[in-house]
Design a protein around this ligand. Structure first.
Ligand code: TXA
Ligand code: MG
Length: 327
C-alpha cells in the first residue's frame, strides 16, 4: 500500500481516508495516534493488522465534542463529568460504560470504552472533518516506543497505512493518563500526561497507579495493554540512579561509543558517549525519551542508559515507561 503524506493544511485528505474506512496517523499533544473510524468494524480491524497489535488490547476512542461522546458512552459517572470539565481537552483518557453500538473489537470485549478529547488542534480538526469518533492507539508497531514525530510513524508504518499527517513533534511525548471511572473510587490504570496530584484536586479518593506489572493477576479488571512488552528499542535500556552512572558503566562495558545517555545530570565524561541528552527538567526528559530510544536504534547503539527520576508529578509516568522499556 502506498502511504500518502498530508501537511497540516491538507487535513481534508486525511479525513477522507478515515471516512472511507482507511487508516490515517495524526499528531496529538501526547504521541502520534493511528486513527480509524471507531464506528466501522472493518476499519478498526485494520489498526490491529497494521500495528501487529494483540486483539485483546482495547483502543482509545478520540472525540471532538459531546455529541461524539454520546455515541459511544452512556451512564457517565458524575466524577467522570467533573474530570472532563477540568481536564478536557487534554491528556486524560476516561474508561466509561460503553454503548452497545461500540464494536467489541474496539473494546476487546470489555463492557467499557476508553475515551479522550485531545487538545491538539490537528487532532480535533481531523475528528471534526471525519465526522466520527476516531479509534486510535499510539502510531507505532506493537511493542516499540510510541511515535513522537511523523518520521517515527513513517519508520514503523509506511506502506502499511493509507495516510500520515505531518505535524510537529508532540509536545508532551508520553501517552495520556488512563483512569477507570467505572469503579468507586476511580483508579489510575496508566500514569501519563495528567498527574495524580492534579486528578486529586478534583477527586481526592482517586487511587494511584499500582505499577501495572505486578497487577497481572488482576487482568480483566485492569488495563489489558499493561501486560504486553512496551516501549522497547532494540538497544538494551538500563535505568540507573543519579550519581552511580560511572560505576555502572565500568561494570558494564568499556565501549562507551555504543552507549547513548539520557538524564537530568551530565555525565562526567560526555564526550565518550555515542550520544548524550542532558535534559533541563522532567518535562523535557519525557518529551525526548522515545525519540532518544529510536535514534539509538538508528545509530546501532547497544545500550541506552537512562537516569532515574523521582516518582512525583509526571516522574511517575516517566519511570513507568523506563521500567517497561528496560524489562
Ligand atoms: O496518549 C494516548 O493515550 C495515545 C494517543 C494516540 O491518544 N494513545 C495511546 O493508545 O496510548 P494505546 O492504544 O497505545 O494505549 C491505550 C491504553 C492501553 O493500555 C489499553 O489497554 C488501555 O488504554 N485501554 C483501552 N481501553 C480500555 C478499557 N476499556 N479499559 C481499560 N483499559 C483500556
Ligand atoms: Mg501504545
Amino acid at each position: 500500500m502506498k502511504t500518502t503524506y498530508f501537511s497540516a493544511l491538507e487535513l481534508e485528505g486525511a479525513a477522507e481516508l478515515i471516512k472511507n474506512g482507511e487508516l490515517a496517523a495524526f499528531p496529538t499533544e501526547t504521541v502520534y495516534g493511528l486513527g480509524a473510524d471507531a464506528l466501522n468494524e472493518n476499519a478498526v480491524q485494520k489498526i490491529f493488522e497494521a500495528k501487529g497489535r494483540p486483539a485483546d488490547n482495547p483502543l482509545i476512542v478520540h472525540v471532538a465534542d459531546d455529541s461524539h461522546l454520546a455515541l459511544i458512552a452512556s451512564n457517565i459517572p458524575v466524577v467522570a463529568q467533573e474530570l472532563m470539565a477540568r481536564f478536557w481537552p487534554g491528556a486524560l483518557t476516561l474508561v466509561l460504560p460503553k454503548r452497545p453500538e461500540v464494536s467489541s473489537l474496539v473494546t476487546a470485549g470489555l463492557n467499557t470504552v476508553a475515551v479522550r478529547l485531545p487538545s491538539h488542534p490537528i487532532a480535533i480538526e481531523l475528528i471534526r472533518l471525519a465526522g466520527t469518533p476516531i479509534a486510535a492507539p499510539s502510531a507505532n508497531r506493537s511493542g516499540r516506543p510510541s511515535a513522537t514525530t511523523w518520521q517515527a510513524v513513517a519508520d514503523d508504518l509506511d506502506g502499511r497505512i493509507a495516510g500520515i499527517v505531518k505535524g510537529e513533534p508532540t509536545s508532551f511525548g508520553l501517552e495520556s493518563t488512563v483512569l477507570d471511572a467505572t469503579c468507586d473510587p476511580p483508579r489510575v490504570l496508566r500514569p501519563g500526561g495528567v498527574t495524580l496530584e492534579q486528578l486529586k484536586e478534583v477527586c481526592d479518593a482517586i487511587q494511584p497507579y499500582s505499577g501495572g506489572l505486578s497487577n497481572q493477576s488482576l487482568q480483566g479488571v485492569n488495563s489489558p495493554g499493561l501486560k504486553y512488552k512496551h516501549y522497547q528499542p532494540q538497544a538494551k535500556v538500563v535505568v540507573f540512579t543519579a550519581g552511580v552512572l560511572e560505576s555502572e558503566l565500568q561494570r558494564a562495558l568499556d565501549r562507551l561509543d555504543q552507549v547513548h545517555y539520557i538524564g537530568l545530570s551530565s555525565p562526567s565524561n560526555p564526550m565518550r558517549f555515542g550520544s548524550t541528552q542532558v535534559c533541563s527538567d522532567v518535562g523535557e526528559y519525557a518529551a525526548k525519551l522515545f525519540d532518544t530510544f529510536r535514534k539509538a536504534d538508528i545509530a546501532g547503539a547497544e545500550w541506552v542508559y537512562c537516569e532515574a527520576v523521582s516518582e512525583i508529578g509526571i516522574g511517575v509516568a516517566l519511570m513507568d515507561r523506563l521500567r517497561r522499556a528496560s524489562q
